[in-house]
Design a protein around this ligand. Structure first.
Ligand SMILES: Cc1cc2nc3c(=O)[nH]c(=O)nc-3n(C[C@H](O)[C@H](O)[C@H](O)COP(=O)(O)O)c2cc1C
Length: 322
């Protein structure tokens, strides 16, 4: 098996609108081995690099964060990759996004409709990149992953990330973890990784080098800590730790966006309050708040209110964070 250039086995998967710098920072603090930026359009990088700068990895994470590009024109993608290559650990090509607005531009998972074209794209990008990976699905409408894998290996990619569903499946049905893997290149599985057991099973059945966690990390960055250390499980996360993390996440959002961070945080409220007492009522209120300070106060009050009722559910006496 080829040695992976990636630092570790359990990374944060790319998620547009979610994996911004504040959230990556939180996930790194809890032990994510590596992460991706949100996807950036190659065309937009070429048209106006400055506008895209805010999405690039920051100095403190540059050695463990990749920039994901999407597009369909081989020359455009290769040129965009050349321009941003020095700003990240590696460059990833998005060949998996099934969103209509991306597929309409023949990008994302649309690259899987014509594998000869995919091959050309990867060939050009290979010329301008030091480290190159592709994040793909197992096929457009049927499982063709063996062919995709062989094309990518043939073009010399440094790693493959595979979400075990077809593009047509979107997010429906169970993903395949038992994907084709000939051991030619490091491979990382994506799809329905929610628990440490999932990490273990997914890597075992596929022989993959690791996994990337997407939805399972939203409001649950502890998945990385837990996945990297067998001794811990989700039951150990105390209410106090949860609140501390939420407040820190809000601080990072404020540093990044000012009060606009309160709107960005709406994507996390439901998951951070999963399984908590009277969560539904709290969420309705929290979703109306427009300032970071208001949100912080609301969370502090809510956690204080539920602590007496909830402590034995979320807190089992041991705080793994010391
Ligand atoms: C909100 C959201 C945004 C996503 N954005 C991207 C993206 O920009 N690039 C990409 O390659 N995959 C993207 N994905 C796909 C995930 O990286 C991942 O492959 C998929 O969600 C399956 O993993 P999961 O079951 O752990 O969520 C996105 C998924 C979600 C839920």
């Amino acid at each position: 098996m080829t040695e992976s250039f990636l630092p570790g086995k359990v990374g944060l998967a790319p998620m547009a609108g979610i994996t911004d710098y504040p959230f990556r920072k939180i996930c790194f603090e809890y032990g994510a081995s590596f992460a991706f930026t949100e996807m950036l359009s190659a065309k937009s990088v070429l048209l106006n690099l400055k506008i895209n700068e805010k999405y690039f990895p920051r100095t403190d994470e540059r050695r463990k964060t990749g920039i994901q590009l999407f597009g369909s024109d081989p020359i455009e993608l290769a040129e965009a990759a050349r321009i941003v290559e020095g700003k990240a650990l590696w460059i990833d090509l998005n060949a998996g996004c099934p969103a209509t607005k991306v597929v309409k531009r023949s990008a994302g998972s649309a690259l899987l409709r014509d594998l000869n074209h995919l091959k050309l794209v990867v060939r050009e990008m290979r010329k301008t990149t030091h480290k190159l990976s592709v994040k793909t699905r197992i096929g457009w409408e049927k499982n063709e992953f063996e062919r995709i894998y062989n094309i990518l290996v043939g073009e010399g990619v440094d790693a493959i990330f595979v979400h075990g569903r077809t593009a047509k499946q979107m997010y429906a049905g169970k993903p395949i973890w038992d994907v084709y893997n000939n051991g030619d290149v490091p491979i990382y599985l994506s799809g329905d990784i929610y628990t440490p057991e999932d990490v273990k099973t997914a890597t075992e059945v596929s022989g993959a080098d690791g996994v990337v966690v997407a939805r399972g990390s939203i409001g649950n960055p502890w998945i990385f800590l837990i996945s990297n250390d067998d001794r811990f499980d989700a039951g150990f996360v105390t209410l106090a730790e949860k609140l501390k993390t939420i407040l820190r996440h809000l601080d990072y959002l404020e540093e990044e966006y000012g009060d606009h961070g309160a709107l960005v945080f709406r994507g996390f409220i439901a998951d951070y309050t999963k399984n908590l007492t009277r969560a539904r009522e709290f969420r309705v209120h929290a979703m109306t708040l427009k300032c970071i300070d208001e949100l912080k106060k609301a969370f502090v009050d809510y956690f204080a209110n539920i602590e007496s009722e909830q402590s034995e559910v979320a807190y089992d006496g041991k705080n793994i964070f010391g």
